[in-house]
Design a protein around this ligand. Structure first.
Ligand SMILES: C[S@@+](CC[C@H](N)C(=O)[O-])C[C@H]1O[C@@H](n2cnc3c(N)ncnc32)[C@H](O)[C@@H]1O
Length: 425
């Protein structure tokens, strides 16, 4: 593990050197190497005794082969490979605004080689092995998995304090919104790391997703058969918690809280997300890229869709009740996040919620092309068509996120037809 970590840091340093960000990243790394251990030790000392005794060892044990562990289904893997290869083909002719530049271009180069090789060659057994160990493979880093805490737990003297303090803080934030006694569940897919609660491993981010799921379902309460589109959904944690929170309800002939949930992400990450959602919701109809139109029309016979980011353009005007994006617009190249906003402005019929930071990330791609992100506070939908319902400091924040300037949650509501008068951003 330590050796892998060193190789990873060396690859990051090489890439940072070539794209001119070595000084920025080294400064951030050194500062957080001092600040985070101090913060988590102080947090740990303040934890009640019962929290210090939470079952962390069982949560970080190897879960592969454990009762209830969901193995990747070879038929699903074949579909994921076909969708990935179709995405790659379509990506070649996608408009330039969807080119992957900046932060995520480096991220894919450094972390996704094994996964891409398996997807490109259609190697089902290799893909099965990688997905079986999801959450502990480098390609899930930074996409809402438990990889970061797994690495800290295994390689840092303060890793245990980090996990316990962060997990308990996230749990308490979730409890502050949820009714007393509300539980969270996390499907045993891949090899998640977290705290063991009554035999179920609950990773840290589960609480964040479950909290935002409650918010979303509340906003959409008066909209039957709502359609949600999540851009940059990572490994699918938000989709899982929102659909679990909405409860069952397909094909019953009754009103459904959510009729369709679509995730758009980079093809490599969409492959991971598809693996998670196919395993988590075996009874739902799931559509991957190439299996049918990218449309939210009620005549389309699927409940959950996973598509590559550039397919967002296919969404019809006024076809989505809620767009959601977390920690992703401000990590994209500015051309892509602006293109997303353009789609949202025409396709959104009710809400846009996003959670993004205000740190400028000047980057240079491997070929020397510069890339600059758009800040969260700069991504404002047309005020003649949308009003801002709130902008508030982000609720969930990891110790390492403190390096970012301003991290806010935004909710915008569509208000054409004169209702927007007088609202100034
Ligand atoms: C930090 S992760 C956040 C994941 C998840 N939303 C969460 O909150 O845990 C950023 C996500 O944005 C995605 N992403 C990066 N560039 C993108 C683009 N141009 N279009 C769509 N998604 C993108 C990444 O693949 C990744 O899943």
């Amino acid at each position: 593990m330590l050796w892998e970590r060193l190789k990873y840091l060396a690859a990051k340093a090489r890439r940072a050197w070539s794209d001119g960000t070595l000084r920025e990243k080294a400064t951030r790394f050194l500062a957080s190497s001092v600040r985070i251990p101090v913060a988590v030790i102080c947090g740990y000392l303040r934890l009640p005794r019962a929290d210090r005794r939470l079952n962390i060892a069982a949560g970080f044990a190897d879960h592969r082969g454990q009762t209830g562990h969901r193995q990747p289904d070879p038929a699903h893997l074949e579909r994921i490979i076909a969708a990935y290869q179709a995405s790659q083909e379509a990506q070649r002719t996608a408009p330039a605004v969807w080119a992957v530049r900046g932060e995520w271009s480096a991220w894919l180069d450094i972390n996704f080689r094994d996964l891409v090789r398996a997807l490109q060659s259609g190697d089902v057994p290799r893909l099965a092995a990688l997905f079986q160990n999801l959450h502990r493979q480098q390609f899930t880093i930074g996409a809402g998995s438990s990889y970061d805490e797994y690495v800290r737990y295994r390689t840092s003297l303060t890793g245990r304090c980090y996990v316990l303090t962060t997990w308990c803080r996230y749990r308490d934030l979730f409890r502050s919104l949820a009714p007393a006694g509300a539980e969270v569940h996390f499907p045993l897919i891949g090899n998640p790391a977290g705290i063991d609660l009554a035999g179920e491993t609950i990773p840290i981010h589960t609480f964040r997703y479950a909290y935002h799921a409650r918010e979303m379902l509340e906003w959409l309460r008066d909209i039957p058969d709502a359609t949600i589109v999540e851009i940059g959904g990572g490994i699918g944690g938000q989709a899982c918690q929102t659909l679990l929170g909405a409860g069952p309800g397909t094909d019953t002939g009754t009103r459904r809280a959510i009729a369709k949930y679509l995730v758009f992400d980079l093809p490599e990450v969409a492959a991971i997300c598809a693996c998670v959602l196919l395993a988590a919701f075996p009874d739902r109809r799931i559509r991957l890229f190439g299996e049918g139109p990218v449309s939210t029309d009620s005549s389309e016979d699927y409940d959950l869709g996973v598509f590559p980011h550039f397919a967002l353009e296919h969404l019809a005007d006024g076809s989505v009740d809620l767009f959601h994006n977390a920690c992703s617009f401000s990590e994209m190249d500015g051309a892509s996040s602006r293109a997303c906003l353009e789609v949202i402005e025409r396709a959104c019929r009710r809400y846009l919620s996003h959670i993004n930071h205000d740190t400028r990330l000047p980057r240079r791609d491997a070929d020397g092309t510069p890339s600059l992100n758009v800040l969260g506070s700069e991504l404002v939908p047309d005020p003649r068509r949308f009003k801002r319902v709130f902008k508030k400091p982000r609720v969930f924040c990891l110790p390492e996120d403190r390096c970012h300037r301003g991290f806010f949650e935004y909710l915008y509501e569509r208000c054409d037809g004169g209702q927007c008068a007088g609202i100034v951003e």
